[in-house]
Write a protein that binds this ligand. Sequence first.
Ligand SMILES: Cc1ncc(COP(=O)(O)O)c(C=O)c1O
Length: 361
Amino acid sequence: MTRAYNFSAGPATLPETVLEQAGAELLDWHGAGASIVELSHRGPEFMQVASEAEADLRTLLSVPDDYAVLFLSGGATTQQALIPLNFAAPGQAADYVVTGHWGKTAIKQAHPYVSANVAADGEAGGFRDIPARADWRLSDDAAYVHVTANETIHGVEFRDTPDVGDVPLIADFSSSIASEPVDVSRYAMIYAGAQKNLGPVGVSVVIVRREPLERSGQPRAPIFEYARHAQSGSMLNTPPTFNWYLAGLVFKWMLAEGGVEEFARRNQRKADALYAAIDGSGGFYRNEVAPAVRSRMNVPFFLHDDGLDKAFLAEAKEAGLISLKGHRALGGMRASIYNAMPEAGVRALVGFMDEFRQRHG
Ligand SMILES: Cc1ncc(COP(=O)(O)O)c(C=O)c1O
């Protein structure tokens, strides 16, 4: 069996050792006589898995004690709808900074529950840059400010945490969580679907300051209430146990590899190599994002002649490099180079791109 280098944006490649361990443990988890997915979520085996995963994620991201860490079913999109229900009073305003497709999705999901103010919007510039903080038009009484830390499709990422004063800052970190250290205390809430940097699709991680949960929001069913999920240890209903378990294995792998500081170094090297190959191709390849905000996780790029796209994808696949097709909203190519993409994978891609250019340039 040969595994390809998989540049999928998500569901995305997972560390091989994690898949091997999950495979080895599938029939009989640590002598329990059953796999972890066949045991009660309230039993001692899964409770151990769950609490270790939470503790490991807290260690990885240095999560302060006054934050709850939740493992919830429903993707990041579900959180985008829950955010106004939990943080905004009926009719209250909330500010949204739109730096790509997922910022727009966040507004769409929040719309029924909040008066969404677009405080800044990069769409006129094709989402190739992040509007300068000085130009944001924040509301006076916003319940929160929402940003997308890394735009998976447009390949634009915040390099700093924006300063929004005392207003709670909420960030969608779906495609960059754990890619580098983050000061969690600057955020009221960080959320992420797991399927890019943390594990398999089907579980979302929510890191949320406990205090505002007790006093804000609007009428909502208990299952939509972050405070209740926090009180119940994310076991208000049956959680996605296999996904939680697999994410837990990824957290242990990340810690063993040296934690988020080490991944920040690797990710920077991978991104530098790929952008250098694009920028140094004499226009054969191009990435249109302003260099200061280029994503280190998702690198969209275009061939100078889109008539070559099909050949590029077919030949890349032959070379063991898969899932490079760009998102349909942009076309072209996209290489997602999350934590689990080894540096050797990026070297192989860069080598292939050079070779392809020489053959077709
Ligand atoms: C930044 C970002 N936010 C939200 C989503 C939506 O996530 P989900 O499909 O888990 O709802 C994605 C999915 O790719 C994403 O990349």
